[in-house]
Design a protein around this ligand. Structure first.
Ligand code: HSE
Length: 434
């Protein structure tokens, strides 16, 4: 059978990884796909640089649209990253009737609904395994492997940079800035790591996971997103003393009439599976009603792990290339006409346990006043400890039992107004998970 021709947009870290994997494992890949896969054209910013990597028979150009519109291109692989230009090229590829493989989570989080609708209408596939958790086949697992289940929740460490930073802070007591510098030196964090450390990258991925888990449209704008840049080292130390470590988690869960959708630093028990995911590794826990808990672990970024996902998508697209569009896996796991409008809940409706830390004047009645406000809001204290700060002040740390966040907000604002409270009340969420 004639080889399938790939037009690639971008030859950065993942693009070069994809080139390498397609060459190194060409025979094995062809045995799986049923035909050869070959990169025939590549669009790049710097043609000379690209030539150092590619064979002479690959057409290299700076004109991405020419690759997308080339009648010889069967599949467009979009690896330029960023949002708008990638979106334009992907939409043009779809309009040209080409299948698309992309690892671009920002583009899909922001424009996924439009892209998938256009692809469905045109009868082409848009595959995106590399967009979530790099080399972990989590999209395959959620979309296909768990198709029998009503998925209850997903909780994942889906940003390697922040997991590396938190691991270093906890293990070696380094500051956030020192750990971030290390992450950049090691190539985990971007030169501009804002999306990583502010939780935006994890929120992009979570919006896609939630959509596939619950059959809802992609709703990145509704993800509650908190990063780790303002996380204090002392909270990592206090959490450790309480038997927890802090991870940046993406959590999505069915809760009453809606879906929780949130990314934030989270205390998880030190003996839980997720707490043992260290460094830049990713892990995703998925709980289905039939299967129970399942865990997926691996490298969430990097040239070869992400290329592993991109090439797996290429094999899938190749196998299903000539299948009727109705026989392919729906982009968001559920048939497009069967997507649900179940609402995403506000944070006030979320249920979690909480870690609270505040500094107070150390004098009689302080603890009882705070406890009363928590009790009045219906919040039960699980444990607490106090640490002196100088002669007359103390830091108090509470762990609550499960509570509704709106009630916790109320209690915090009342506690904050007490005359003996000297600091902002720090609030972190606590999840037992597995
Ligand atoms: N910057 C991302 C991370 C890369 O740290 O996980 C993969 O999306």
């Amino acid at each position: 059978m004639k080889p399938l021709n790939i037009g690639m947009l971008g030859l950065g870290v993942v693009g070069r990884g994809t080139w390498k994997v397609l060459n190194d494992n060409a025979e094995e890949i062809a045995r799986r796909a049923g035909r050869n896969l070959q990169i025939t054209s590549v669009a790049v910013r710097d043609e000379d640089k690209a030539r150092q990597w590619l064979n002479n028979d690959v057409h290299v150009t700076t004109d991405g649209l020419s690759v997308v519109r080339d009648p010889n291109t069967d599949i467009v692989v979009e690896l330029i990253g960023g949002e708008e230009e990638a979106f334009d090229w992907v939409m043009e590829a779809i309009a040209q009737g080409k299948h698309v493989v992309t690892a671009n989570k920002a583009m899909l989080a922001n424009h996924g609904n439009e892209i998938f609708a256009a692809a469905h209408k045109k009868g082409v596939m848009v595959a995106y395994e590399g967009a979530v958790a790099g080399g972990i086949p989590i999209i395959k697992a959620v979309r296909e492997g768990l198709a029998a289940n009503r998925i209850q929740w997903i909780a994942g460490i889906i940003n390697g940079t922040t997991n590396y930073i938190l691991s270093q802070m906890r293990a070696y007591g380094v500051t956030f800035d020192e750990a971030l510098d290390q992450a950049q030196e090691l190539g985990y964090a971007e030169a501009d790591p804002t999306f990583d450390i502010e939780g935006v990258d994890a929120a992009h991925k979570l919006a896609l996971l939630a959509s596939m888990a619950f059959g809802i449209p992609v709703q990145f704008d509704k993800v509650h997103t908190e990063g780790i840049s303002s996380l204090a080292s002392e909270d990592i130390v206090h959490a450790d003393r309480l038997g927890y470590c802090i991870k940046l988690l993406g959590i999505t869960r069915r809760n009453g009439e809606g879906i929780e959708l949130r990314v934030h630093p989270t205390l998880v028990p030190t003996d839980s599976l997720l707490s043992n995911v260290e460094g830049a590794m990713n892990a995703v826990l998925v709980e289905g009603d039939v299967v129970g808990p399942t865990l997926y672990y691996g490298q969430g970024a990097g040239d070869l792990p992400t290329a592993s996902a991109v090439v797996a998508d290429l094999v899938d697209v190749t196998r299903l290339h000539s299948a009727s569009p109705d026989h392919r896996v729906p982009h968001l796991a559920f048939q497009p006409h069967a997507l649900s409008d179940v609402p995403v809940l506000s944070m006030a409706q979320v249920e979690s346990a909480y870690y609270l830390r505040l500094r107070v004047h150390d004098r009689p009645g302080v603890l009882s006043d705070i406890s009363r406000l928590l009790a009045d809001a219906g919040i039960s204290i699980g444990s607490m400890f106090q640490q002196p700060y100088g002669d007359e002040q103390a830091d108090i740390i509470f762990l609550t039992h499960q509570a509704v966040e709106g009630d916790v907000d109320t209690a915090i604002s009342q506690i904050q107004a007490l005359p003996f409270v000297l600091s902002e009340v720090i609030r972190l969420r606590v999840e037992a998970l597995l």
